[in-house]
Design a protein around this ligand. Structure first.
Ligand code: PHE
Length: 369
């Protein structure tokens, strides 16, 4: 009879027991559970479901089982492989989710962590105020002009009708550049830019000139030997004192807000008539005037504070620049920037403006600009 004989081998192949198969399933699931990375899981997958895994080998052995055993063995092993594959898929999802979570955590940017910001710096309050004022005039179509700080004595004085015997020319006020006979001074005001402008530019001119000026002055709360002015000069046909007043009113309001102004007669050799522009006292608004019970230190109970000089350009200045005063006229003004900052930002001591202490600049942030 044909049939497997004990010497052929196949009858040595026996169907795996249910316990054995269950054990293989448990081992596989345990190995998957231990794997915490995709790489580990892949190793476990090869070991428990790969071609050489016990279950795969058992599956392959089914064909060699006695035909009567094959069906049960096939079901047993098939179910076992199904369980193992399900467990693998479930574990793969877990491992991938965990890996994604780890990666997201590693890449998280905590926007609430305090950052160490290094200060970016800022323009000095005086520069900021100069820019701001220049903008007011540029917006009206004026130009910004500049001139040297070491200036010809002739432009600083003579061209402005300041005679050689004028007290302002004395050595007590003016810093002369060595040697004195060279005729160079540190400009005592920005007004020499008037002469430069009239000599250099075509008429009409509408210019402002901000810059440093030098005086042999005290260094105290209201005087510094080097300070800043902004000069204004307009020369055109038909310019009157009314234009001056209107322009300065606009300048005052753009700088200080709603403030009343007045012009008061004064004398400057280079303007005729000349005036001082006063601002209504921003502390007492005039309430201290004639009211000894409520004195005001800011305006000395006068109700007004002096802002700067102004006037109609003296025809002599026009003539010195070769301009016919019968055809052209103009006005000029000059304001101290530090003084403007004192009023505008309530800065009581001018020395703060030059000493460079950043706490002063910071206190003006949002005020000076
Ligand atoms: N230069 C004058 C001063 O320094 C100010 C001024 C400028 C006056 C222009 C009149 C016209 O005091």
């Amino acid at each position: 009879m044909s049939g497997p004989s004990s010497s052929d081998g196949p009858d040595e192949v026996t169907a795996p027991t249910a316990e054995r198969v269950e054990q293989l399933v448990r081992e596989a699931i345990a190995a998957f559970a231990q794997a915490t990375t995709a790489a580990d899981l892949n190793t476990a997958r090869l070991a428990h479901t790969g071609d050489r895994s016990p279950l795969a080998l058992a599956n392959r052995g089914i064909g060699q089982l006695p035909p009567a055993d094959r069906k049960d063995a096939g079901r047993l092993i098939g179910q076992a492989r199904g369980k193992v594959n399900q467990a693998l898929a479930a574990r793969r999802e877990e491992v991938e989710a965990a890996e994604l979570e780890t990666m997201l955590q590693a890449e998280t940017v905590d926007v609430t962590v305090p950052v160490e910001l290094s200060p970016v710096g800022a323009v000095h309050p005086i520069t900021g105020l100069i820019d701001r004022i220049s903008d007011v005039f540029v917006a009206m179509g004026w130009e910004v002009a500049e001139g040297p700080e070491a200036e010809a004595e002739w432009l600083n004085f003579d061209a402005l009708n300041i005679a050689p015997d004028h007290p302002a020319r004395g050595e007590t006020d003016t810093l002369f550049v060595d040697p004195p006979e060279a005729g160079v001074v540190m400009r005592t005001h920005t007004s020499p830019v008037q002469g430069r402008t009239l000599l250099d530019r075509e008429l009409p001119v509408y210019v402002v000139c901000p810059g440093k000026v030098y005086r042999a002055d005290e260094f105290d709360a209201t005087h510094v030997p080097v300070f800043h002015q902004i000069e204004g000069l307009c020369v055109d046909k038909g310019i009157t004192l009314g234009h001056l007043k209107g322009t300065l009113d606009h300048f005052a309001r753009a700088t200080f807000g709603d403030v009343r102004t007045r012009i008061r007669p004064n004398y400057f050799p280079f303007t005729e008539p000349s005036a001082e522009l006063d601002l209504e006292c921003f502390v007492c608004h005039g309430d201290s005037v004639g009211n000894p019970d409520r004195p005001c230190r800011t305006c000395s109970s006068e109700g007004w504070i002096e802002w700067g000089g102004c006037g109609v350009v003296n025809p002599r200045v026009l003539i010195a620049a070769g301009i016919d005063p019968e055809v052209y006229s103009g006005f000029a003004f000059g304001m101290g920037i530090e003084r403007t900052m004192m009023f505008r930002n309530n800065a009581a001591d001018m020395r703060d403006m030059v000493e460079g202490d950043i706490r002063f600049s910071r206190s003006l942030v949002g005020g000076a600009r």
